[in-house]
Design a protein around this ligand. Structure first.
Ligand SMILES: Cc1cc2nc3c(=O)[nH]c(=O)nc-3n(C[C@H](O)[C@H](O)[C@H](O)COP(=O)(O)OP(=O)(O)OC[C@H]3O[C@@H](n4cnc5c(N)ncnc54)[C@H](O)[C@@H]3O)c2cc1C
Length: 377
């Protein structure tokens, strides 16, 4: 006899779990299928940054804030660790300061909670910032950090215990023909299905992905040894290179000059799409990254040059007890050329939700709430 659920979700990455949470809160019977024994995609390989300040003003920034408030509720309810410490983009060059100051002037009028801080004010907020040559920084209140590995492990347990969500690990979905779903060796029936399979475009509905304009981005990441117990990072850190990366900053008229200077002065950062972000884990390690290599075919081998460039850049603005690297890995996310994420109708009752790019942690719960609204649930 087939098992039964109201809604079946493919993938236990953050998008799959966010959809499971939103559906379960509405009283629906939810089953989540994850092909790995534990989530191993982009959602456990990231910084754990919920980063509204990076989103462009308007609907996406609003979605990020909506997602953030859902994250906060869930993290509190599930008693999961998080740091509501905000973020600092620290700057050392006049053209970086010009962008950060311009953003701090215009952004509050666009709904951002941020301000320009001079060097002393930055150092008062964070002892992890290199003081030498520091001109100041953009302080934003809205960023949260979670520990992605802890969160992605504990969330399924919480959803099962609190909402009765069934989570099947080691269970790959190979066919959806509603109401029937073939997953692992099991046959399920569900009224609806949401496919959150990350950057797997080949296993389910390949013809839908084929014409969608979706591709892959590979990011190299590093993690330090744990810092001493008494030392905490405080606000998550970014710096000048990041100002050219997030679409929020495109409102700044001073941005093109900064981009031009970086491209001509440090083409190696441009070539590999490098910027410097720093977050901290429950165990005190610092997560450092990242780079961006675009293309459907991902190089499975990491480049030592990229790791060195990331470390060189970050050691220019981060002052931490130890930058000894303990782990290196890469992650891959799905990305559409010009859409913030994809919601595709794959078949009656079946949606594919994917490619939130580098903002999946930030947007997940906002996207999930929107999907259920679109499905009339
Ligand atoms: C290195 C890195 C750093 C990042 N940093 C941040 C950050 O700090 N903040 C932020 O907002 N975003 C960040 N992102 C982006 C974010 O991590 C992704 O957008 C997000 O994790 C995507 O979530 P997902 O659930 O779509 O995909 P995934 O996490 O990849 O999950 C998809 C899951 O589906 C499963 N699956 C696939 N096919 C099947 C099938 N047929 N049957 C069963 N299971 C299947 C896979 O095994 C996988 O576990 C980062 C990404 C990377 C790679």
């Amino acid at each position: 006899m087939a098992h039964r659920a109201d809604i079946a979700i493919v993938g236990a990455g953050i998008l799959g779990l966010a959809h499971a949470y939103e559906a379960a809160k509405k009283g629906l019977r939810v089953v989540v299928f994850e092909r790995s024994q534990r989530a191993s995609g982009a959602s456990v390989r990231n910084f754990g940054m919920i980063w509204p300040v990076g989103q462009p003003h308007g609907p996406l920034h609003e979605m990020a804030l909506r997602s953030r408030s859902r994250w906060l509720q869930l993290l509190e309810d599930a008693r999961l660790p998080y740091w509501p410490d905000g973020s600092l983009h620290v700057v050392y060059r006049p053209d970086e300061a010009a962008v950060a100051q311009e953003f701090a002037e215009v952004a509050p009028g666009l709904g951002y909670q941020c301000a320009w801080l001079n060097g002393d004010e930055v150092l008062a907020r964070s002892s992890a910032v290199q003081p030498h040559g520091l001109l100041g920084g953009l302080w934003s209140e809205t960023e949260l950090t979670v520990d992605p590995r802890v969160t992605l492990e504990k969330l399924p347990q919480y959803l099962s215990a609190e909402f009765g969500v069934t989570v099947r690990f080691g269970c790959s979905v190979h066919e959806i023909n509603l109401p029937v779903i073939e997953a692992g060796g099991e046959r399920w029936e569900a009224d609806r299905a949401i496919v959150c399979s990350g950057d797997d475009f080949e296993s389910l509905y390949p013809h839908v992905y084929a014409g969608s304009g979706i591709s892959r981005v590979k990011l190299q990441m590093l993690r330090t040894v744990p810092q001493p117990d008494a030392w905490r990072l405080g606000p998550a850190l970014a710096a000048g290179l990041t100002l050219r990366f997030y679409p929020a900053f495109t409102v700044c008229t001073t941005l093109p000059a900064l981009k031009q200077r970086i491209a001509s002065e440090t083409p190696e950062y441009e070539r590999w799409g490098i910027h410097g972000l720093v977050s901290q884990t429950v165990s005190g390690e610092l997560t450092l990254g990242d780079s961006h290599e675009h293309g459907a075919c991902v190089d499975i081998f990491n480049k030592q040059e990229i790791d060195e460039l990331i470390l060189r850049y970050i050691s220019g603005f981060l002052r931490a007890p130890s930058l000894t690297v303990a782990q290196r890995w890469y992650g891959v996310y799905a990305k559409h050329a010009d859409r913030p994420y994809l919601s595709l109708d794959a078949a009656p009752g079946v949606k594919i939700i994917t490619s939130p790019g580098g903002s999946g942690m930030t947007l997940a719960f906002g996207v999930a709430a929107r999907t259920l609204e679109e499905m009339g649930l």
